[in-house]
Design a protein around this ligand. Structure first.
Ligand SMILES: NC(=O)c1ccc[n+]([C@@H]2O[C@H](COP(=O)([O-])OP(=O)(O)OC[C@H]3O[C@@H](n4cnc5c(N)ncnc54)[C@H](OP(=O)(O)O)[C@@H]3O)[C@@H](O)[C@H]2O)c1
Length: 283
């Protein structure tokens, strides 16, 4: 919950979902350095409190938080209503999650994931970006993924939800211009955060092998903010840019074959899971 009462908060604010960790936290720090006050949104209260204190002490700006589960209607509504008293000129949508293995095995997980990755994003954009602010220009940053550039077996739903975000963000780039809203969609490749570390623990990512594919947080954050309002989409890193274009021009069948070849080595954990499901289905 925001720390205090119902009054309108002074100053300009950046609302950052997933802002207490990883890419969201890095955006929050960078924006705080420019003098913006920060409103963090995520679920873990201890982390929200700790990061709010840390950023405000270091950067000398106000940092408040809304504890909300954005995979639920209640959490989305709470974020929309409690953010109403802040003059939000930046909206950064970084909260996100990935699917937990073979599409055919993850029966219960798809609705919360679509709610978080897509429904919450649409709802926050629609409510917050149309509010009147003190500033003539507003800014919207959507954190999508390289996985949105092509279909990705074993990350099927994740890549589908991220494709949705990328498509939405790119369309809004032009629509936003007419309304004074700068929109950029960033498609990071591999960045070392809690999310990718969990994947490493599940043997999906081998950091040693993928050393050359790791992006620095600085490349992602500074690069995005530099291009905000100037281009609709940003793929950080030369290697990933090349990969993005390559997968776009190849026939989908070839793209799938290449990704499956790659996944044979790197997505071993998911493959094992898939084989077990296939065996069970044959019995
Ligand atoms: N790391 C990468 O390699 C990579 C690559 C491409 C794209 N991305 C994208 O970058 C974004 C940020 O991920 P990250 O890598 O920075 O990982 P992260 O540190 O795990 O960040 C995810 C954030 O989302 C919040 N979150 C998760 N579920 C939520 C929910 N139901 N309601 C509200 N907040 C929720 C988490 O906080 P709580 O758990 O406290 O709620 C956390 O702060 C994601 O959208 C991800 O898809 C990451």
């Amino acid at each position: 919950m925001p720390k205090n009462e119902n009054t309108t908060k002074p100053g300009r604010w950046a609302l950052v979902t997933g802002g207490a960790s990883g890419i969201g936290y890095a955006f929050a720090c960078e924006l705080a350095q420019t003098g913006l006050n920060i409103l963090l949104v995520s679920r873990r209260l201890d982390l929200l409190k700790a990061k709010a204190t840390e950023i405000s002490t270091r950067e000398g700006v106000f940092v408040e938080y809304i504890q909300a589960d954005l995979s639920t209607e209640e959490g989305i509504r709470k974020t929309i209503s409690e953010s109403d008293k802040f003059d939000i000129t930046y909206l950064v949508l970084s909260a996100g999650t990935y699917d937990q293995g073979s599409f055919f095995s993850a029966v219960d997980f798809h609705i919360p994931m679509i709610m978080l990755n897509n429904v919450s994003a649409v709802s926050l954009i629609k409510h917050i970006m149309i509010r009147k602010t003190s500033h003539s220009r507003k800014n919207l940053i959507l954190v999508s993924s390289m996985a949105s550039g092509s279909p990705v077996p074993y990350f099927s739903l994740y890549s589908a939800t991220k494709s949705f975000l990328t498509s939405l963000g790119c369309s809004l780039y032009n629509e936003g211009k007419a309304l004074g809203i700068n929109v950029i969609t960033v498609l990071p490749g591999l960045v070392k955060t809690d999310m990718s570390t969990t994947l490493a623990q599940r043997e999906v990512i081998n950091y040693k092998k993928m050393f050359f594919y790791q992006l620095s947080m600085r490349t992602v954050i500074k690069g995005t903010l530099k291009r905000l309002g100037k281009q609709p989409i940003f793929v950080p890193g030369i290697g990933y840019k090349f990969l993005f274009i390559f997968f776009r021009i190849l026939p989908v069948r070839w793209t799938l074959s290449i990704i499956m070849l790659f996944s044979k080595r790197s997505f071993a954990a998911y493959r094992r899971e898939h084989e077990l499901i296939a065996q069970a289905a044959q019995r």
